[in-house]
Design a protein around this ligand. Sequence first.
Ligand code: ATP
Ligand code: MG
Length: 455
Amino acid sequence: MSDNKKPEKLVGIRGMNDILPADAPLWELFENTVESVLKSYGFQQIRTPIVEPTALFSRGLGAVTDIVEKEMYSFVDSMNGDLLTLRPESTAGVVRAALEHNLTYDGPKRLWYAGPMFRHERPQRGRYRQFHQVGAEAIGFSGPDVDAELILMCQRLWDDLGLSGIRLELNSIGNADERHRHRADLVAYFEQNRELLDADATRRLHSNPLRILDTKNPAMQDMVNAAPKLVDYLDADSLAHFEGVQRILRHNNIPFTINPRLVRGMDYYNRTVFEWVTDQLGSQGTVCGGGRYDPLVEMFGGKPTPACGFAMGVERLLELMKGAGEQPAASQCDVYLVHQGEAAQMQSFVLAERLRDAGLDVVLHCASAGGSGSFKAQMKRADASGAGFAVIIGEDEVAGDTATVKILRGESAENRQATVPFSKVAEYLVDQIVGDDDHGHDHGHDHGSHVHYKP
Ligand code: ATP
Ligand code: MG
């Protein structure tokens, strides 16, 4: 770098997004709603590392899945030569942790997680290289009841998020034996139709023929539709399980369609698989995928332990929320504190802490590159902050042991201001905010005030 050249501006990695303050309220609304819905079903949160040994995924996800074949961010730890991977999904990590800490020693566990995942895909709308998932894993449960419960929990989440038009697709992919018999017939069928297979399908013909059923190639649809259906190979137990899930869904008025071509990307799934799909997001329409994965715990060296789970794509759901008009207020604070002069600045620090004690969110004006700023400049900042109130302390206020409270928002905002004794400002503001019907109380959907009152 030469002395007279400006350093080049650094930019982030393609497909990895910054979530900026303007979007934070929507993320918070989503996260709070998720947390309360999952808690209401007795799910407990688990947080596992973002980096795991590469073997966890190559063993857990299956070596011939899209993720392991071409989407993993893997690297060698230069300190010790370990092979590591940024997690592309979280089921493997959660199961590893459950096993490592013997979480199911006293019975089955309902777990949930949220966080960033990493896949080296072609970035496009709804498909990123760092994206976020929320997922749930019910470990140690064998029946169709927990499969249905997971689905009901998703439905409640869509409802609480104000989302409609997300439909449920359901299938059973049986057990390994059933898939084995189906697979033999399927490969034979595809071989008879070899001239219709595209390059992707030809590549998968012997490695992962089930995945060919999932093709999006229009030219292959008719051929794939007529292929042998796995459901025709299910034994009595698998069929009863599948029927059991459907019975509970029907009883709870959860509409679904059975999609015999629905398979999951990961090798460890068995029996129930499901996807939640919308038409509102173009080709990236799957917002949540899940299913049963009874063989996984044993594959990781544990005792046979049945399990079922799902993962949802947060960015896709947020896009749906935006489309549904969900745009929570982005106000920074309840109160912006404006002050002029050194004595007033000292007083304003004291007042700001008192207001925070009372539960208010307060921004205290601080100096920037241009200095502390004139009264006018500070009031401009107060307005831009989205605060409902400016509290002003100048020389007069210091002398009179008062503060001036100015209402910044609402119909009567024009010039409404009051002089309030310094010791009464917190009380005065809390009264003002509680008196306003739009504020407080409404947990979870807090579009207005930052004050959180205990009932
Ligand atoms: P797709 O077929 O879209 O690639 P997938 O089968 O790879 O999905 P899963 O591994 O089941 O997806 O992940 C669960 C959910 O996570 C998906 O339904 C989707 O909503 C979201 N998701 C997956 N990959 C991405 C990505 N690269 N960017 C954003 N969201 C994603
Ligand atoms: Mg994928």
